[in-house]
Write a protein that binds this ligand. Sequence first.
Ligand SMILES: *[C@@H]1O[C@H](CO)[C@@H](O)[C@H](O)[C@H]1NC(C)=O
Ligand SMILES: *[C@@H]1O[C@H](CO)[C@@H](O)[C@H](O)[C@H]1NC(C)=O
Ligand SMILES: *[C@@H]1O[C@H](CO)[C@@H](O)[C@H](O)[C@H]1NC(C)=O
Ligand SMILES: *[C@@H]1O[C@H](CO)[C@@H](O)[C@H](O)[C@H]1NC(C)=O
Length: 358
Amino acid sequence: MKLSTLGRILLGTTVAQAATINYSTVTGYFMQDEESTDASKFDYTSENFGLINRTYPVDNKLKGHKSLTQWERFHHQVTQLNDEAPNHIEYKVLFLGRHGEGWHNTAESYYGTPAWNCYWAELDGNGTASWVDATLTPTGESQALKANAFWQKQIHEQRIHTPDHYYVSPLTRTLQTANLTFTGLVLPKGSAPFKPTVKELFREGISIHTCDHRRSRSYIHDLFPNWPIEEGFSEEDELWDGVTAESADAQDARSAQALGQVFFASSGKKEAFVSVTAHSGEIASILRVLKHREFSLNTGAVIPVLVKAEKVEHGASTTSSVPWTVSPHCTEPPVTSVSACVCPSSAVPVTTVLATGV
Ligand SMILES: *[C@@H]1O[C@H](CO)[C@@H](O)[C@H](O)[C@H]1NC(C)=O
Ligand SMILES: *[C@@H]1O[C@H](CO)[C@@H](O)[C@H](O)[C@H]1NC(C)=O
Ligand SMILES: *[C@@H]1O[C@H](CO)[C@@H](O)[C@H](O)[C@H]1NC(C)=O
Ligand SMILES: *[C@@H]1O[C@H](CO)[C@@H](O)[C@H](O)[C@H]1NC(C)=O
């Protein structure tokens, strides 16, 4: 039976607070903002992160600006935008990094997306590979190390201002990616040390796939004892249940909530450069909230975005419910030669949990 004929059953909700911050992407600074840049061919490491070679209106206020690099002048430009902005407006540069290749990525390619979605992704693994809260493959590790080498080169050649704050999704593949990307860098004098805050709301879209099931707080703490875990982070994963899945609207509401905890924080405008290590689906969601154009990232890639956030006054604050959905799947390997979830022997897809857990 085809899923499409079953329809999507509504279940579970995310409560979306009416937006009190209006986010927008400030274009004209990065190649990734331009319609002419092809995301599928773009390599951030060969294009200076995509920073466009140009002058800025405030260049001439900078002493010796002719000997400064593009990134130095850009950082000055962002500082200037913040200095001149009223209190209810804040600018930040978000470096959104996708994790390197994980075992779930290779398994999806191996089985093909339809079969992956309707059966294999609901298992912990296949006996050879494990993808419940997937770890990085050797390729994924080398992608993170490539990012590490690139940051070091940018520090040397561009004297780039490194992130003032780091955030990381709580899934293992992002923890590993952030660690390999930023550990061992010789950071510029006076810059913030690499101590990423583990943040629940930056996790991947919550599907019924076991790769979206995070491990416990204790596990994360034991893996990286020196990394702060945000307040209120639950010991066990209370969001993943293997039956219901976040809709895109629910995920965007969550992404907006996460950004609302990053912008207008106590450190405010002083923390203008922020790194977020997350996932393809979550970064796509953040880009939607930021009104950035669609730009998909390969595993291990990074996209910088100059963001303007503006607090907007509301009358009574309203909340609305964004429904989650269930995703019926097969209980044995599906017929794979089709583009939808078709179970063998005309079996009807179910919504029960197949995994044994993290
Ligand atoms: C949000 O910000 C953008 C860019 O500054 C502006 O064009 C738009 O009108 C704003 N929308 C709201 C609802 O304030
Ligand atoms: C930007 O300028 C540098 C030299 O300052 C040059 O090496 C680089 O190719 C230029 N990049 C683009 C995209 O024009
Ligand atoms: C399990 O999946 C991996 C892909 O991640 C594949 O290379 C391997 O051959 C599979 N093992 C079995 C027993 O099918
Ligand atoms: C973190 O990265 C360092 C440096 O690359 C590496 O030696 C270490 O094993 C990593 N830690 C974990 C828990 O992955």
